[in-house]
Design a protein around this ligand. Structure first.
Ligand SMILES: *[C@@H]1O[C@H](CO)[C@@H](O)[C@H](O)[C@H]1NC(C)=O
Ligand SMILES: *[C@@H]1O[C@H](CO)[C@@H](O)[C@H](O)[C@H]1NC(C)=O
Ligand SMILES: *[C@@H]1O[C@H](CO)[C@@H](O)[C@H](O)[C@H]1NC(C)=O
Ligand SMILES: *[C@@H]1O[C@H](CO)[C@@H](O)[C@H](O)[C@H]1NC(C)=O
Length: 617
């Protein structure tokens, strides 16, 4: 049984960012420390400064550095081992990355301060050629012995050829226990990358000679597959089956990412996987005990066990798990990195206020439509009011239907100051609004329906594009939609659990007698994975896309309907939209589309906030 500790509300002096809120004391579950331990981050998306509006996630990358030092000391003291893992999407989604010119001017030097043992790329590093080039020239050398790229190649401008972004695999032995590990670092079958990188399908990679050769290495005590891949996505399932068919008995540990959830999967008796959420909200803790080392494997195999804990990223949790307090916790190195972050935030003016939000607006915590849904705000106000100002409407009197995908919005808006930082948290994307002029309204009005109805048409569109329809929605929804169902692997654990409650912390008041709302994760090991005991928060699914009409009432049918409209859309969905039109019998090509507004989505939202959400003085 795990003991629930209810700590007194200690004085929590902060080493985190100066404006970060103090964490709230709550009942904690201890870390299930083992023979081999891991700390895992994923999908940090630039949030290395922590969450400045949410006490549960208010620790920063510097605090994580101090925490890791204490965990290393613990391992050295009891002869166990600890390794750090990061599974990609370190960029895009926070002012600390997106707010500089060029983007990421500060991020790479901050991230490299943590000693990560296994690190790989995510899809976000590959959308633009300049960000994958940054990986190649900065992150890969910064993590020279740790970065793996089992299925990603990059065009090297110096040698004029495509080459592996980093080594395909790594064999190493742990410091204290001497555990022999074989590790691979994967990316899911991503097709939206710029043309300077190549992502090899996992089903092709497993046929490569290097993979088949190294898989037959018998001098391995543990295989680690880490990747920017959801734990329940087919790519990991295929890797599991392939490795198991060759190494029938070797324990396998997976580390996943991309779908932004806390999750743990049991693949078979000797294989498990953990995924550790998003945005620096979670430090994933994983432990394995009973690993056989070398010849001893036969004796100890029976005792093999896996365990996990999802740590809320705040100082209250970190002090507890490292048995420290505000004076013994921070290390000089950690403090240095925290001040490096706050001086970067200052340089970037991230606390500068654009306006004040009158209430909270949620991505997945409110139904759609609803007055507290961020998508209703977008559909009813921001999109139509922005489009109505374009010269196509004001000068030429054109009517318009504007469509955007819900995945274009990344984070909630909290009541109160909307800062330069908030801009990038909510909408970091540089794509703008394009349009196809004078589309027959009878066709235009059916586009949304095609893009939202999961059915044969959307299926053929995504097959043709080589992209899955979930690339349109917020990533948090993927794990709910794309679970591999019905495949019985070993104990039939695949796809067993759809209803993970994976939501972020509510801004509650510290009250020792009541649980604060937050993550209440349910995974293959049960519902005791979160380190902090919270009360649950609702999760509402949202459609792939939403739309707004300008110049007419979309609810009106018959007489009031326009003949033709400008079909305005978020650039990101262009390939989807063109194919949807094709299915409706309209032949438009990329060349028929034009720029509607010379602004990024970030600018559109910021301007709207500046004009509509004045702060009361
Ligand atoms: C990449 O190019 C885009 C468009 O020119 C620019 O906005 C962005 O800052 C660049 N990103 C990086 C990482 O250099
Ligand atoms: C990528 O596409 C651009 C523009 O079409 C082209 O100039 C460039 O050579 C391509 N890069 C590679 C590596 O193929
Ligand atoms: C922290 O712990 C140390 C050693 O146990 C103790 O001496 C010190 O007074 C504590 N500091 C605080 C702020 O509680
Ligand atoms: C921390 O920063 C100080 C001042 O810049 C420097 O002298 C010191 O070496 C740094 N220490 C570590 C551990 O990074």
């Amino acid at each position: 049984m795990i003991e629930l500790l209810f700590l007194a509300f200690a004085c929590l002096a902060s080493t985190e960012q100066p404006s970060a809120p103090s964490p709230i004391a709550g009942p904690l579950r201890d870390l299930p420390w083992g023979q081999l331990n891991f700390l895992h981050t994923t999908d940090t998306h630039g949030w290395h400064g922590g969450h400045l509006q949410e006490p549960s996630f208010s620790a920063d990358w510097g605090d994580y550095i101090s925490f890791a030092k204490h965990m290393h000391d613990k391992a050295d003291a009891d002869g166990s081992d600890i390794l750090l893992v990061d599974t990609g999407d370190r960029i895009e989604g926070n002012g600390l990355y997106d707010g500089s010119h060029p983007k990421g001017r500060y991020t790479y030097d901050i991230v490299k301060e943590q000693a990560i043992d296994l690190i790989c790329i995510g899809n976000h590093e590959l959308y633009e050629s300049n960000s994958s080039i940054n990986e190649f020239y900065q992150t890969v050398p910064n993590f020279k012995d740790s970065y793996l790229a089992s299925n990603v190649d990059i065009y090297n401008p110096k040698s004029d050829v495509f080459e592996p972004l980093a080594p395909r695999f790594k064999k190493f032995t742990t410091k204290n226990q001497g555990i022999r590990i074989l590790a691979f670092g994967f990316l899911f079958d991503f097709a939206g990358n710029a043309n300077n990188t190549k992502v090899q399908l996992v089903e092709e990679t497993i046929k490569e000679e290097w993979f088949q050769d190294v898989l037959r290495d018998r001098d391995t005590d543990l295989i680690v597959v880490f990747g920017h891949v959801g734990l329940r996505m087919p790519e990991f399932q295929l890797l599991f089956k392939t490795i198991r068919s060759v190494q029938w008995d070797t324990p396998i540990q997976f580390f996943g990412g991309h779908t932004h959830v806390r999750d743990y999967v049991t693949y078979d008796k000797k294989s498990a996987g953990i995924e550790s959420g998003r945005y620096m909200e979670t430090l994933g803790f994983m432990s394995i005990s009973g690993l056989g080392i070398g010849k001893k494997s036969v004796d100890t195999a029976a005792k093999l066990s896996f365990n996990r804990r999802y740590i809320d990223n705040n100082l209250f949790s970190m002090y507890h798990h490292s048995n420290t307090n505000s004076s013994t916790f921070p290390t000089e190195h950690g403090k240095n990195v925290s001040s490096q972050i706050s001086s970067a935030r200052k340089d970037l003016h991230l606390d500068e206020t654009r306006g004040c939000a009158p209430r909270d607006f949620w991505v997945n915590r409110a139904p759609f439509p609803d007055k507290s849904s961020i998508f209703s705000l977008l559909q009813d106000r921001i999109l139509p009011e922005t489009v109505a100002k374009s010269s196509r409407v004001t000068k030429e009197g054109k009517k318009a239907v504007a469509i955007t995908n819900t995945g274009a919005i990344r984070f909630d808006i909290f009541a109160g100051p909307f800062t330069r930082d908030t801009e990038f948290l909510v909408s970091p994307f540089t794509s703008g609004l394009k349009y196809i002029p004078d589309v027959k309204y009878s066709s235009a009005k059916r586009v949304l329906e095609l893009l939202n109805n999961e059915g044969p048409v959307l299926n053929s569109i995504s097959t043709e594009l080589g992209m899955r329809a979930w690339s349109l929605v917020p990533p948090e929804q993927i794990s709910r939609e794309q679970v591999v169902v019905g495949e019985d692997v070993a104990d039939g654990s695949w796809g067993r659990r759809l209803s993970m409650h994976n939501h972020q912390e509510f801004l509650g008041q510290g009250d020792k007698t009541e649980l604060t709302p937050g993550y209440t994760t349910s995974d293959d090991l049960g519902d005791d994975g979160d380190d902090t005991v919270h009360s649950p928060i609702n999760f509402y699914e949202v459609p792939n896309c939403i739309q707004a009409a300008v110049g007419f009432d979309i609810a009106e049918t018959g007489e009031g309907e326009p003949e033709a409209v400008d079909l305005v859309y978020n650039e990101f969905i262009e390939p989807w939209l063109l194919l949807a039109l094709k299915y409706l019998g309209e032949k438009f090509e990329k060349g028929d589309a034009d720029v509607y507004l010379k602004k990024t989505f970030t600018d559109i939202m910021t301007e709207w906030v500046q004009e509509n959400w004045a702060c009361e003085k």
